[in-house]
Design a protein around this ligand. Sequence first.
Ligand code: AMP
Ligand code: MG
Length: 423
Amino acid sequence: MTDRASLEEIASCVAGYDPKALPVAQAQEFIARLVPRVRAVEKVALRSGLGRVLAHDVVSATDVPSHDNSAMDGYALRTADAFDGATLRVIGEVAAGQVATRTLVAGEAYRIMTGAPIPPGADAVIMQEQCERRGDEVTLKRAVKLRDHVRDRGEDVRAGEVVLRRGLTLRAAEVGTLASARRARVAVTRRPIVALLATGDELRDVGEPLDPGAIPDTNSYALAALVREAGGEPRQLPIVRDDRAALAAAMREARSADLIVSTGGVSVGEHDHVKAVLEELGAELTAWRVDMKPGKPVALAVLDGTPYYGLPGNPVSSMVAFTLFVRPAIRAALGCTEPLDLARATVRLEAPLTVRGERRQFLRARVRFADGRLVAAPMARQGSGVLSSMLGANGLIVVDAGMHSFDAGAEASVLIIGPLGRD
Ligand code: AMP
Ligand code: MG
């Protein structure tokens, strides 16, 4: 993981860009580099570990499996005795969770069940389907080789071996692996706290009455959900009025978070105060006009050491800009080792598409598998205020600036932002 970049470093890299190339990809990397790694570690119960990010390498305390054991229901025996047609005396039974009561000697077998420890003296297992049992005797219908159907102690994991690396996100397989390594508690990175500031005189919290001209604040809720999905902890602050003093007070309060995200007020309108107030508070500020639609005005700053992401107010723009820029920052703060950028795929368009614009466009689309290939259908309405266009959208079709007409079936490039559907 790269260490934190300075704003000057970022600005100088940005200055070198051809704005018509894809600054978004680089912007993502730089914005991620702006955020300091969260160093605080929490020990959580394994049951609560899903989705968390490992703070340290995890070493197995034991061999897994911890004893040689049978991979089959059958008979444990000595290979020296085990020729085709041999008859052995069955001296007892071991089921999973039990141990043999004595050592096996020549001419003997133990009835054994899957997972049961191999009795001392035995060196192989024959499947029950390959023998014939009569009373306390068993006759083999084939010869057996050394270690047949024996799962070796430590064949999965050896004691002292690193089983999981720091920076890994815990999914089901990781949680299971931690349980098999007997880790009841797991050290994870504290979730980065993301302060959310919704700015706008017109905004009311959901559930509050709407006076004429007012609208519900959707961004705080949608972005809080995106913060959680990214592994952060949202801290939703009260709605901020379009007033410099109020905005300054809210920003000051937000500084104790690991990251600050505001929506609205970042453009050039008369009531857009975000940049001016950041300057007034002495923030290092890069006003960033990323080559993208939706979401062109994105402000990037560092306020008393805390990275600040000023996103546009339109609900779709704020979600898209969050996904492209803030999500990787949260993952970087967590010390995640998997790639920070979104997966990209080539898809076939399900319908003709004509796009015209001065900026690179990110069109919401539904991506799915059809006949084993990825296809994408752009949402019918692409306005940045049309939040319903995000429903079911799991991809962003990326189309360069200019005029482009695609036929149905043409190839397009898509950033994957959600689980893929299928036909
Ligand atoms: P602004 O970026 O402040 O100019 O806002 C652009 C548009 O987004 C305006 O139509 C705002 O009313 C709308 N908007 C801003 N913030 C929010 C929010 N938190 N929830 C819903 N809509 C918003
Ligand atoms: Mg506004």
